[in-house]
Design a protein around this ligand. Structure first.
Ligand code: ZN
Length: 96
């Protein structure tokens, strides 16, 4: 499943995703020059849940970081985000 594919029936950023972005920004103490992307993706990898949420942080002058949370965006709490973001970068399938 290529990055950038959208979940059917989800035409654009939802308030939920926007809220998650703000939480990421707050948790990591990011400034406005750092882009944050939160996307919900359908995943067809064996062993993956049908919907995952990918969080990406893209600093202007640094290496991008990316995490995959194995649950739909609507189920992600601030605690989930905190655990994921403060752990070492992790992505269970960098290849897709
Ligand atoms: Zn996956």
């Amino acid at each position: 499943m290529p990055l950038g594919s959208r979940t059917p029936g989800q035409p654009g950023p939802s308030p939920q995703l926007r809220e998650l972005k703000e939480t990421v920004r707050t948790l990591l103490g990011l400034d406005d020059d750092t882009a944050v992307m939160v996307r919900q993706l359908a995943c067809t990898e064996p062993g993956c849940p049908p919907l995952e949420t990918v969080v990406a942080v893209l600093p202007m002058d640094g290496a991008a970081r990316r995490w995959t949370l194995l649950q739909p965006a609507e189920q992600i709490t601030e605690d989930d985000l905190r655990h994921a973001l403060l752990a070492p970068d992790q992505d269970h399938h960098q290849d897709h």
